[in-house]
Design a protein around this ligand. Structure first.
Ligand SMILES: NC(=O)C1=CN([C@@H]2O[C@H](COP(=O)(O)OP(=O)(O)OC[C@H]3O[C@@H](n4cnc5c(N)ncnc54)[C@H](OP(=O)(O)O)[C@@H]3O)[C@@H](O)[C@H]2O)C=CC1
Ligand SMILES: Nc1nc2c(c(=O)[nH]1)N=C([C@H](O)[C@@H](O)CO)CN2
Length: 235
């Protein structure tokens, strides 16, 4: 059948890497992006269907769902990758940070999963939902409290949706720690971040691509979180 895979936040970094890997294998892709970049044009040229979406409020989520349903009647998988890594800070209102984090990491996948259940059930079997969570779900984060809480909520969505959608749809999380730095990360920050895991490397997007693909290829994993953290829990 070759139903498309939906990847949210595919305009850069991990989401873009997974979208490219799918297209290289002939796997149809529907990619959501918020900020336009030349990479979005490149995805479209490579055959992806790209849909602009800002999930900052429910109107934006529902507009996206409406646009998605006009593009396809079925889905092979949904990869909930879109994310903002907001810290607490003196110049931001804590309630605004928590609301923004819960909106992108919990409300958005919750609404999309419920609205797109029939698309997954119409697609190739078994279908998949993958939530991109974070190592901090296990340990918390003193500097990204709301972010960690919202990713924990996302991780719980994996448990509930795996119960709701089995056996037709598998639902899992990938919990990365450091995968790739951001351009503005200082040398001091990078040095400290690398020391937080046993393997002490910045692996890059490919390890996330491999992990998501492993989940999609495995018919007997659901309701689980795969840790992708270089042994950070033992460092
Ligand atoms: N990179 C890492 O080391 C780690 C990543 N992760 C998780 O893995 C996933 C991928 O990480 P990474 O590639 O770094 O992610 P990014 O920080 O690059 O974010 C991915 C995309 O999410 C989009 N996005 C943010 N807010 C919104 C919104 N309100 N509406 C729509 N789209 C939005 C951004 O769109 P745009 O830029 O177009 O505005 C961005 O391109 C994320 O879920 C992240 O939390 C977890 C631990 C470590
Ligand atoms: N949306 C994002 N979430 C996270 C990012 C990121 O760049 N975008 N980065 C991290 C860090 O790499 C952290 O895991 C290690 O310092 C966490 N989440």
């Amino acid at each position: 059948m070759n139903s498309p895979i939906l990847i949210t936040g595919a305009g850069q970094r991990i989401g873009l890497a997974f979208a490219k890997a799918c297209l290289e294998q002939g796997q149809p892709v529907i990619a959501s992006y918020r900020s336009y970049r030349p990479a979005v044009d490149a995805l479209q040229k490579a055959g992806a269907t790209c849909i602009h979406a800002d999930f900052a409020n429910n109107e934006g989520v529902d507009e996206f769902i409406e646009a998605l349903r006009k593009k396809t009647d079925d889905l092979r998988a949904i990869i909930h990758n879109a994310s903002d890594w907001l810290p607490e800070s003196d110049d931001s209102e804590p309630a605004d940070v928590m609301n923004a984090m819960m909106q992108i990491h919990a409300m958005t996948p919750y609404r999309i999963n419920l609205a797109c259940r029939s698309l997954l059930e119409n697609g190739d079997s078994p279908a998949d939902i993958v939530h991109m969570t974070d190592y901090v779900v296990e340990k918390g984060s003193a500097k990204h409290i709301a972010y960690a809480a919202s990713k924990a909520a996302m991780a719980n969505l994996t448990l509930s949706f795996s119960r709701l959608l089995a056996p037709r749809v598998k639902v899992n999380s990938v919990a990365p720690s450091l995968i790739m730095f951001n351009p503005g990360d200082s040398g001091d920050y990078r040095e400290k971040a690398l020391k937080k895991s046993l393997l002490a490397i910045e692996p890059g997007e490919s390890v996330a691509v491999k992990t998501i693909q492993f989940i999609l290829d495995n018919p007997y994993i659901t309701g689980r979180t795969l840790s992708l953290d270089g042994g950070r829990h033992l460092a």
